[in-house]
Structure formats: structure tokens, C-alpha cells
Design a protein around this ligand. Sequence first.
Ligand code: GLY
Length: 436
Amino acid sequence: MKILVVGTGAREHAICQALHKEADLYSLMSNLNPGIARISQFKIGSEMDIQGVKKHALNLKVDMVVIGPEAPLEHGIVDILHEVGIPCVGPTQEAARIETDKAFMRNLFVKHKVPGSIAYGAFDNVEDAGEFIDDFGKDVVVKPVGLTGGKGVKIVGEHLKNSADAKSYVKEIIDNKIGGHASVVIEERLVGEEFTVQALVDGDNLVPMPAVQDHPHAFEGDQGPITGGMGSYSEKNGLLPFLEQKDYDASVQIMEKTVKAVKKEVGPYNGVLYGQFMLCRDGPRLVEYNARFGDPEAMNVLPILETSLLELFQGVIDGNIKNANFKHEATVCKYLVPTGYPDSGSAGQPIRVDEEKIQAEGGMVFYAAVNEKNDEVLTTSSRALAVVTTANDLPDAEERCERATKYVHGDLYHRSDVGTRQLIDKRIQHMMEIKK
Ligand code: GLY
């Protein structure tokens, strides 16, 4: 079977790694990612050149296209490939609105009575939004309605000092069409612990994967600016140290009801659904959806997947997905990023990776936003690569992962606290305080 994977980062490297032994694998990426390049027949091109992707897929006569990132989904890549009879793992433009249009997502929850909803308002004028903030009287979260690459969400108490700041940010979004639209969603600020559940969806049914916790803050101890994710971990029982089975099940139920609602509203959802949840005092609340695998979370779940990813993807397309088995192992993923990231990561710097030594620690390397030129791997300004380890328990996975990071050399930094007992105890304590 011929498969084309679209996308350039570590998430796509992890997808390709899970597929390459069972498929005739092709890739289309915007930079030369050395990890993807060595396991696929690659072409360099923009993921956003949708006509270019279509032409390439037709020339190759592929049986399936897997779309890694969200931006081409927003621009209807799946609809365009469907028009020429190419099946895709990824939702249509309308179904992808679950990620690309935050007002659509919140309104869907209310209209179809999906549990896990929160207080919110959607606005396209500054005055009404300001009135909502004043009347609400509690801390809010301000989100551009459209995609902002994870950088558009601002929270009162974290990035915004008070309601006046929140109103200024609303005006900035509307005046400058941040995220591509002159509209905002204002939500109640949730208090709890965040976690991710990813699932494969075949239009009706969901195959959920182990829960993962990502660490979006740049610096140790959850300090500093929000990034694309500095690392993540999962436990061998598929839950998290602060997440009980009933809360995981409630999250999956929210996702199942969402998929049914999307089908009624705009048609079936076929692809990967990423649910980001906040575990609050009274159970999980939906923070947001992504219409794709998470990055880094894909790197926690795919290395422990025992079922064939190719068969699962075929089930996503055919509407008959079967269950997936995962190894009962803990995982830790630590991202190494250029000095200065996320504000101004030092681009064009060489990186040297001793993959043999990393493998000796039981680790894997997934290359992200790097570019191979003249046999050198160079940084861009974004996340460079992730080291992932799997082990019988979390302390072992974390220690191996930390040791493995020492075999990556370059002008890079990482969070050594991801997956450590100290940080996890803080999470458990936080959750206990919330539930008191
Ligand atoms: N881990 C955040 C994301 O994938 O968007």
C-alpha cells in the first residue's frame, strides 16, 4: 500500500516511524527532516500548497494521504483530495472546524448538549465582548476564534493582568484579525490539571489512546512563556497520576458525543481527534480540540502502539475501526529547543545527535523543525528534536530520557523536570487541593 504523509515535524516523524515497515511510504515536507527522509521517499514542498500536494498524490497513485498538521485541514486539503478519489486520514474542512473555529466548537456543545461544556461568549464586536467581561465578574480566557499556532490564548492572571487588559486584547484580536477572523471567544478560566486524550475516529466510532500530560511552559517549574510543548509523559496504565479511570472515561464520552454532534451538524469526522481537557473539581471540562495528533503527545502514544497503525488508518477511512492495543509501558518525551525559543530561537545552528548512544538508553529521536543541509542538521527558530523513552515505570523512563538528552549537542535547552517525581507530586498535590 502506498501512503503519503504530509508534514515536517516530530509528530509526522512519529507517524512515519509507525508506518514505514508496513507501507510503501512517501512524505511531503517543507524542510528536510532527516528522520522522515531516511524512512520515506520524500519531496520538499509546502504543506499549504494544496494543489501541489494533490498533484504529487495523483502522480504517485497513493492509496491514502495522512495529514499531519492542522493548517492544510483548515484550507480544505481533505475535500480537494476526496474530489479526485484519494482517501485521507484527516477531517474535511467543515469537520475540522472543531479546531479551526472555536465559536463553532463551543456552540456545538450547547446545541447538542455535549457534557464538559463551560461558560463562554462568542463576539465579533469589541463593545459586546467588553460588556460580557464586565458582567461575568470572574477571570476569563480570551481566544481568537481561528488558528494561531498555540500562541493566541491569553488568560487573566497569567498573560493578562485584569479585565482592562482582557478588553484591550479583545480589541487587538478584532482590529488585527488575529487568527484570520475579526472575532473572539471569551471563556471562564478553568482551574485544575490539564491532560490530553487522543483518539482515532471513523465517522461514528472512537479508538481512544492513553492519556498524556504535556508541559507547555518553556522553563522548569512551569515558568516562562507558553510554547508548542516542551515535553510530555504517560503512565503504563493509560491514566495519569492525578487522573482516575472514571475521569478518563468521562473525557472519552465527551469526545464520542462530540463526534456524533459533528456528524449531525456538518457530516462525519474521519481522522485523529485530540481532546485537551482540564480536570476540575467536578470532572473533566473541554479546553479545546485539535483535528490532528498532538505534538509532543503523538510521540508518547505511537511508540507503544501494538496494533498496526496502517490497519487503524484504513478503519478510519472505511468506517470500521477496530480496537487498538498499547504496550503497558510508561513514556517520557523531552523536547530540545534552540536557545531563545519561543521568542527568538537561534536558527541555523548545527546539531549533533549520537543516536546509537540514545538507542542504548532505550531512547528514540524524533526530529522536528530542523533542516538538513550539506550533511549537517541545522536548527530553525522552533523546536529542534524530541527524545522519547519507554520503560516499565515512569521513574525509569524519565531517568533514561534525561540521560539520553546528553547525547544531543548544540545551542539547545530542554526541561529536565518533565516526568520527574518532583513535578508529578506537585500535580497530585494541586489536584488534591482543588478536590478538597
Ligand atoms: N501539545 C499541543 C498541541 O499539540 O497542540
